[in-house]
Design a protein around this ligand. Structure first.
Ligand code: T1G
Ligand code: NAD
Length: 646
C-alpha cells in the first residue's frame, strides 16, 4: 500500500499511506508520479486533493534512503510534475507536514489544514538542508523574514501561524478531506505556483541578525549556515538557479560525515525508549512520585518529574533541609519562566504540584520513590529498609546512585522485584540521559515502567548492566585517565582542552574537572588508599593538597580571576605538578582527539563485550546526552566504526 486514489465527484483524492509517518520513499514517489500523469490526462478530473493516511500528512523524505544514491523519480521530479499540472492540486494537511512533506505541499497550488497541524523544514537537524525546493518556494509564499527561522533555525509553524503567513489558504475545522474537496471545487482559476511569486529582500539587518543567531546557536554545525546561504542565493538568482544550488548543497551535505552522524543519532534516539526485550510488557503504573533527598539531584529530579505533569512529594531530613530543597525546585521553575521556557502561571502551577515532607511517612502512598540521598551505602540501605516498611509492596523503589552496586543497596529488601537503578545526570531537569540499571530481581513491568517514565520525562533511556560507573562514568574515568597519561608525557592541559573543544566539546577534560571540583575524585582516591588499595599519586592530588580544588577555589588546573570563569594557564599549577610531569611537549590536535576518542571507544567495546550495554549506538547516546560528546560527531563508537570503514 502506498497511495490510494478515490473520487469525490470530479475531484480526485490521493491518500499517501506509508506507516508510520508517510515518509516519501521511492515507491510512494513513483506511485504519485504515475498517478499525476494519469490524472492530468483524465478529462473527468477537475482538481486533486493530496492527503495523508493515519496521524499526519507526511513526515518527510525517507531518511533511511539517504545512505543510497537518490532513486528516480526524485522528489524534485515529482514536484515539477505537480507544479506543471493544468488542474489545481490542493494539499490537505493534518498532524505534521515536515521536510519533503512540506515541500510536496509547497508544490501544490494551494494548501488547507486542520487546526493544530505542524509545518516545518527540520532538515538541519539531520545535517542537511531542504533538497526539494523548500529554500526557494517557502520564502516566495511567506517572505524571507518568516522563512529564515523555518528553513535555517528549526522553527515550526502551527496551522494558525501558517494561515496568517499565507502558507495555508484555509483552515478546515470539520472533516479535512470534505473541506479540501469543497475548497478545490471552488477554485475558479489556477493559483499562481509558489515558485512564480516575487521575492523581497528583508534587508541587511535581517541577514546580519540571522547570521549572528546561527553562529551562536548552531556552533559547529554545517547545515544551518548552508540553509541561510541557499535562501540568500535564491534572492540573488533566478528560481531555477536557486533550485539547482539548493539541490547541489543538499546532495553534498547528505553524503557528509556530519549528516551520517546526525541521522544515526536520529534513529538511535527513537529506538532507545522501546527495547526489544520489553515488547508486549505493560509498564507498572506510576501516577505519584516521591523523591527522597532534596539536594543537588533530588531537587532537579523533582523538577523534571513535575515538568512531565506528575505529582511529586519531596522528603528531607529536617525543616531546614526541606525548605532548601523546595526552594531549589522553585528556583528551577522560576528560572525556566524567566527564560521564556514556560509562563509564570505554569511555574506557579508546577510548584503547586510539589509537596514536601520530613521523614519517609509522607512517601508511603507513592507509586515510585526515587532515592537521592548521600552516596553512602549505609545511608542508602537504611532509607530503603524504611521505605520497604512504609510503602506498598508494589511501589517501585529506585536509587539514583552514581557508583554503588545497586544489588548491595537492595540486599535483604522485601519484594526486591520492585527495585531498580535510575541514574539521572546533573542538572536532572536539563540533561536528557537516564541510565536504567535493573538488578537481577527487577520485574519486567518495573523495567518497562522505568523506560515509560523516561519517555514521559522526555529523557533518553539507556539500560546499563552493573559495573563501576555503569556506562557513562566508566567511560569518563577512562577518558580522564588517558588525558592524564598524555599530561604526564608533557602535553599541557591547555593543548588537550583546546583539541577537544576544537572537536566540538563545550570544554575539555581539565576545564571540566575545574568546574566540577578536583576534590571529589581526590576523596575517592584517598578513600581507596585508606582501604589499603595501591593508588599512585596523581597530578590532581598534588593540586588539591596545595588547595587548588578548581574554579571554586580560584584555581585548579587553571587560574580564575574573581568572578571570571575563563580558564587561564597557571604557572603555579605547572610548578605544583612538575614532579609528575615529563618535559613540556606538544601533540597535533587531531592526534590528541584520536587518542582520547579512541580510549573512550576501547572502553565502550569492553562494555559491549561484558554485556553492560546492548549496542554501540546506546553507548553513543550515553556520551552525546550525558557527557557533551558533539552530536555532529555521532559518538565514540560511531567515530571508530566510521574510521574503520574502507
Ligand atoms: N524517514 C524514515 N523514518 C522516519 C522518519 C523519516 N522521515 N520520521 C520518523 N521515522 C520513523 C522513526 O525512526 C520511528 O521508527 C517511526 O518513524 C516513528 O517516529 C527532501 C531531505 C514525523 C514528527 O526530519 O520529526 O525530508 O523506531 O517515534 O513521535 O528536503 O518522526 O518506530 O522504527 O518520531 O509520532 C525531514 C523526522 C526528513 C522529520 C512523528 N523530516 N520525523 O513523530 O514518531 S529529510 C524530519 C519526526 C527531508 C527533504 C529532506 C517525527 C514525526 P521506529 P517517531 P512521532
Ligand atoms: P546532595 O548532598 O546534594 O543531596 C543529598 C540530600 O540527601 C541532602 O539534601 C540530604 O539532606 C538528603 N538526605 C540525606 N539523608 C537523608 C534521609 N535519611 N532522608 C531524607 N533526606 C536525606 O547529594 P547529590 O549530589 O544530590 O547526590 C545524591 C545522590 O545522587 C548520590 O547517590 C549521588 O551519587 C547521586 N548522583 C549525583 C550526581 C551529581 O552530579 N551530583 C549525579 C548523578 C547521581
Amino acid at each position: 500500500m502506498t497511495v490510494t486514489l478515490d473520487r469525490h465527484g470530479s475531484v480526485a483524492v490521493l491518500t499517501i499511506d506509508n506507516p508510520p509517518v508517510n515518509a516519501l520513499k521511492t515507491a510512494v514517489r513513483a506511485r504519485l508520479f504515475d498517478l499525476a500523469a494519469q490524472i492530468e490526462a483524465d478529462a473527468s478530473v477537475s482538481a486533486i486533493v493530496l492527503c495523508g493516511a493515519g496521524k499526519l500528512f507526511v513526515g518527510g523524505a525517507d531518511i533511511a534512503e539517504f545512505d543510497r544514491p537518490p532513486e528516480d523519480p526524485t522528489l524534485p521530479d515529482l514536484i515539477a510534475r505537480i507544479e506543471a499540472a493544468t488542474k489545481p492540486w490542493v494539499a490537505a494537511i493534518h498532524g505534521s507536514a515536515l521536510g519533503g512533506g512540506l515541500e510536496l505541499a509547497l508544490a501544490c497550488h494551494a494548501r488547507v489544514a486542520s487546526p493544530g497541524a505542524t509545518l516545518g523544514l527540520p532538515e538541519v537537524n539531520l545535517g542537511i538542508i531542504p533538497g526539494a525546493g523548500g529554500t526557494q518556494r517557502l520564502p516566495r509564499l511567506i517572505g524571507l523574514a518568516a522563512a529564515i527561522p523555518v528553513v535555517a533555525e528549526r522553527d515550526m509553524l502551527d496551522t494558525t501561524r501558517a494561515a496568517a503567513l499565507g502558507l495555508v489558504d484555509r483552515i478546515i475545522d470539520g472533516p479535512l478531506v470534505d473541506g479540501a474537496v469543497a475548497f478545490a471545487s471552488g477554485l475558479s482559476t489556477l493559483p499562481t505556483p509558489a515558485r512564480s511569486r516575487p521575492l523581497q529582500d528583508p534587508g541587511p539587518a535581517f541577514w546580519e541578525a540571522a547570521a549572528a543567531r546561527m553562529s551562536k546557536a548552531a556552533k559547529g554545525q554545517t547545515a544551518p549556515p548552508a540553509a541561510l546561504a541557499a535562501l540568500r542565493y535564491g534572492l540573488d538568482h533566478a528560481v531555477e538557479a536557486g533550485l539547482r544550488h539548493e539541490r547541489e548543497t543538499f546532495l553534498s551535505l547528505r553524503s557528509s560525515a556530519e549528516s551520517a552522524a546526525l541521522r544515526y543519532l536520529f534513529f538511535a534516539e527513537r529506538a532507545a525508549p522501546r527495547p526489544a526485550a520489553l515488547r508486549g510488557v505493560a509498564p507498572r503504573d506510576i501516577a505519584s512520585v516521591g523523591i527522597l533527598g532534596g539536594g543537588t539531584m533530588g531537587s532537579g529530579i523533582a523538577a523534571a518529574v513535575r515538568n512531565a505533569g506528575l505529582s511529586v512529594v519531596l522528603s528531607e531530613r529536617d525543616p531546614a533541609a526541606l525548605e532548601k530543597g523546595l526552594g531549589t525546585v522553585k528556583c528551577i521553575f522560576d528560572a525556566a519562566a524567566r527564560r521564556g521556557l514556560s509562563t509564570e502561571a505554569e511555574a506557579t502551577a508546577r510548584m503547586a504540584g510539589v509537596t514536601g515532607c520530613i521523614g519517609l511517612e509522607g512517601l508511603s502512598g507513592c507509586d515510585l520513590v526515587i532515592e537521592a540521598v548521600f552516596e553512602d551505602l549505609a545511608v542508602k540501605r537504611a532509607v530503603f529498609a524504611d521505605l520497604a516498611r512504609l510503602c506498598r509492596p508494589e511501589a517501585i523503589l529506585a536509587t539514583n546512585t552514581s557508583y554503588i552496586d545497586p544489588r548491595a543497596i537492595a540486599e535483604g529488601l522485601p519484594s526486591p522485584d520492585r527495585f531498580i537503578g535510575l541514574h539521572f545526570f546533573s542538572p536532572a531537569q536539563v540533561m536528557k540521559l537516564l541510565e536504567i540499571i535493573p538488578i537481577p530481581d527487577t520485574a519486567p513491568d518495573v523495567l518497562a515502567a522505568a523506560f515509560d517514565l523516561a519517555r514521559r520525562l522526555g529523557k533518553v533511556p539507556v539500560q546499563s548492566g552493573i559495573c563501576e560507573g555503569f556506562i557513562g562514568n566508566r567511560i569518563l574515568k577512562r577518558y580522564r585517565a588517558e588525558a592524564e597519561v598524555m599530561l604526564r608525557t608533557g602535553v599541557s592541559p591547555a593543548d588537550i582542552d583546546a583539541a577537544m573543544r576544537g572537536f566540538g566539546y563545550a570544554m575539555g577534560p581539565f576545564e571540566m574537572q575545574d568546574m566540577a571540583g578536583l576534590d571529589i575524585s581526590f576523596m575517592n582516591r584517598e578513600a581507596a588508599r585508606a582501604r589499603g588499595e595501591n593508588v599512585p599519586e596523581t597530578p590532581g592530588d598534588l593540586l588539591v593538597r596545595a588547595g587548588r580544588k578548581g574554579m571554586k577555589t580560584g584555581g585548579g588546573w587553571y587560574d580564575y580571576a574573581a568572578g571570571d570563569r575563563t580558564p587561564r594557564p597557571s604557572d603555579e599549577a605547572q610548578q605544583i605538578i612538575a614532579p609528575l610531569i615529563g618535559p613540556r611537549t606538544s601533540l597535533p590536535a587531531d592526534q590528541i582527539v584520536e587518542r582520547l576518542v579512541g580510549a573512550m571507544a576501547t572502553e565502550g567495546q569492553a562494555i559491549l563485550d561484558e554485556g553492560i550495554a546492548a549496542s554501540p549506538a546506546e553507548i553513543d547516546l550515553v556520551q552525546v546526552h550525558g557527557y557533551g560528546f558533539p552530536r555532529t560527531k555521532g559518538g565514540p563508537m560511531f567515530q571508530i566504526t566510521r574510521k574503520a570503514k574502507p
